[in-house]
Design a protein around this ligand. Sequence first.
Ligand code: ADP
Ligand code: GN1
Ligand code: MG
Length: 364
Amino acid sequence: MTKTKEELLAILGQFPLEGNAVAAEPFGNGHINDTLKVTTDDGQVKYILQRINHQIFTNVDMLQQNIHVVTTHIRRKLEAKGETDIDRKVLTFLPTRAGKLYHFDGENYWRVCLMIPRSRSYEEVTAEKSYEAGLAFGEFQAMLADIPEGTLGETIPNFHNMEFRLEQFREAVAADRAGRLAEVADLVEAIEQRAQDMCIQEVLYRDGRLRKRVNHCDTKVNNILFDEQGKVLCVIDLDTVMPGFVLSDIGDFIRTGANTGAEDDPNLEKVGVNLPIFEAYTRGYMEKAQAFLTPLEISMLPYGGRLLTYMQTVRFLTDYINGDTYYKIHYPEHNLVRTRAQYRLLQSLEEHAEEMINFMEQWL
Ligand code: ADP
Ligand code: GN1
Ligand code: MG
């Protein structure tokens, strides 16, 4: 990000903060938006400022309207349940002084939300935290299930549509814009071998056997905030909440939480599925979700882990082939390293598929 401190403080001046902002510093490990923590003149970090990546979220009005609907809906549910400490259990976005859901400075789009006090996210979780995360995402889906159809827009059309992601991949391969195809031939082949099997959801949907539900669509392990006791406070990063297949939210947690290595681990020996984390997450998730899932969805849950890992392999490789135009990278080969790590995880998930499928028997 190229903004000076003075420019950032001027942007913050558009929002009715308590106190005056004195600093805005980078925060978190997101690949798309820019996230900054804001310190005010009482020395506290009370706000998060985000620059929305509008190359990717091209309809910022729809994006912010979706988030507004989701956060007010959750807040109402929590109030109805008689929850306490609600300000730590749902994100609160500040309207601008002009009463808008974001500020446009002529070049970039900005939003501000309250920093949830005494909270933190993790890049790696224990089985206990994984169980908690399962409860949280199950509860999140349950709370949003009654948002009327058509209320939430698709902030990124076809976001988790595997057929569409493969189309983009094949276009990238055909164009080979960055001249990188030769070095990734093995990965292209690995992707093509699995392509048909990985598009089952779209086929089932067309056959009327699978429905769409409101999903988070980015259930990375670091998109949950925990309190000091390791209990979940809330689900964050709501940009991609939209109708989709339920397996997305199971799969992306398996991909990020149940991996013994990092998403971009250069050491492939470290990468593999962590079954106790998968089991703990599934137990938590099923506690909340069993009531609304169909037997088909339940039986496909391990497939969801493979699918989202495959989809991420395809997306990282597409970006590498295109010359790194989508994800933030920290070094030139980053997207390739990410691809190889995701592919290794996919192979591990395939090796353990039977155990994972057997684990689901208890709910079938
Ligand atoms: P990104 O799109 O960059 O992933 P996130 O909304 O996930 O953006 O924020 C990045 C990180 O910042 C999170 O992983 C979390 O650690 C922290 N964070 C974001 N929002 C809050 C908040 N309201 N309160 C506390 N921490 C937050
Ligand atoms: C992006 O913004 P972040 O880091 O939470 C991406 C997800 C990917 C993820 C891979 C809008 O999420 O879909 O799964 O990176 N978000 C978007 O780590 O593309
Ligand atoms: Mg995030």
